[in-house]
Design a protein around this ligand. Structure first.
Ligand code: SAM
Length: 273
């Protein structure tokens, strides 16, 4: 099955599952991956400062790309300068967008990341949570981000990572891989060393960090939610059942599952128009 078909069905049937799981993943300070991303979208983050009246891009200074159920919306709207009208959520999934609308995120547009219905150089900040590893074709998606960003614009994104892991984590991840297989995404190779891809899109990578988050397993429902949030195209039902059994066994001993996340920070890298 093509990844695009798999993703369309996954998000139609499991809308909101990424947020459900990731909003329960915390680092040592109790911050979720969304909080970690939103840190870079704060009022002190440059160049994403308060929009000056009359500047192009005032109406949509923050683009939440592949917004899903819009877990970033409350975190961005909570920042002092981001009134509701300063947000634009874009996603391809109607089911995800309907959850986003239900929480008040607006405006929202159903569109493909590779063809953004946004004018050139009008966006001050693009945020993108857990999507750059699957949005295809990646060079086209990055070119779109580069196109819509103003000359002083910025992209901050989080994607799954394979590190850091503790020694104990390595065993947990190996146990999951033994049943469900190793998790992988279509843009893994490109994102292994993304600076060149970013440069080709008019973006300069200025930050690339990884942090360990942990998902607590205490009930069978926690185990099932985690499993449901994983993209497992082509994995046979027998192996999915084995993975469920493995995660439920971890839940019986109240284990945590490591969720390493990578945060990319890039700036538009071209002269002002
Ligand atoms: C793992 S979810 C992340 C959603 C949300 N940002 C979050 O962190 O909860 C990936 C999202 O990317 C969207 N998506 C995948 N490919 C896309 C594309 N080419 N254009 C727009 N959205 C896309 C999916 O519909 C889904 O909502």
């Amino acid at each position: 099955m093509l990844w695009s078909d798999y993703l369309a069905r996954f998000h139609r049937e499991r809308a909101g599952i990424t947020e459900l799981v990731l909003s329960r993943c915390v680092d040592r300070d109790g911050a979720t991956p969304y909080d970690w991303l939103a840190e870079l979208a704060g009022p002190t983050a440059q160049p994403a400062g308060p929009p000056a009246a009359g500047e192009p891009g005032d109406a949509t200074p923050v683009l939440d790309l592949a917004c899903g159920s819009a877990p970033l919306w409350p975190r961005l709207a909570g920042r002092t300068y981001l009134a509701g009208r300063s947000y634009l959520g874009v996603d391809r999934s109607a089911a995800e967008l309907s959850l986003a609308a239900g929480r008040g995120a607006a405006p929202l547009v159903r569109a493909d990341a590779a063809a953004l219905p946004v004018a050139d150089r009008t966006i001050r900040l693009v945020v993108c949570a857990m999507a750059l590893m699957i949005t295809q074709p990646l060079p086209r998606v990055l070119a779109e981000i580069g196109r819509v960003l103003r000359a002083d614009g910025r992209l901050v994104a989080i994607v799954p990572a394979s590190r850091p892991l503790t020694v104990r984590d390595v065993a947990v991840v190996a146990g999951l891989a033994a049943s469900a297989g190793r998790l992988s995404y279509p843009n893994d190779a490109a994102l292994a060393d993304p600076a060149g891809q970013f440069r080709a899109a008019g973006l300069r990578l200025v930050g690339d960090q990884a942090r360990r988050f942990a998902y607590p397993l205490t009930t069978p429902a926690d185990a099932d939610a985690l499993l449901a949030s994983l993209y497992l195209p082509g994995v046979r039902p027998r192996r999915v059942r084995a993975a469920r059994g493995y995660l439920r066994a971890l839940a019986r001993v109240h284990a945590t599952v490591p969720v390493p996340i990578r945060r990319l920070d890039a700036r538009a890298d071209r002269p002002p128009a």
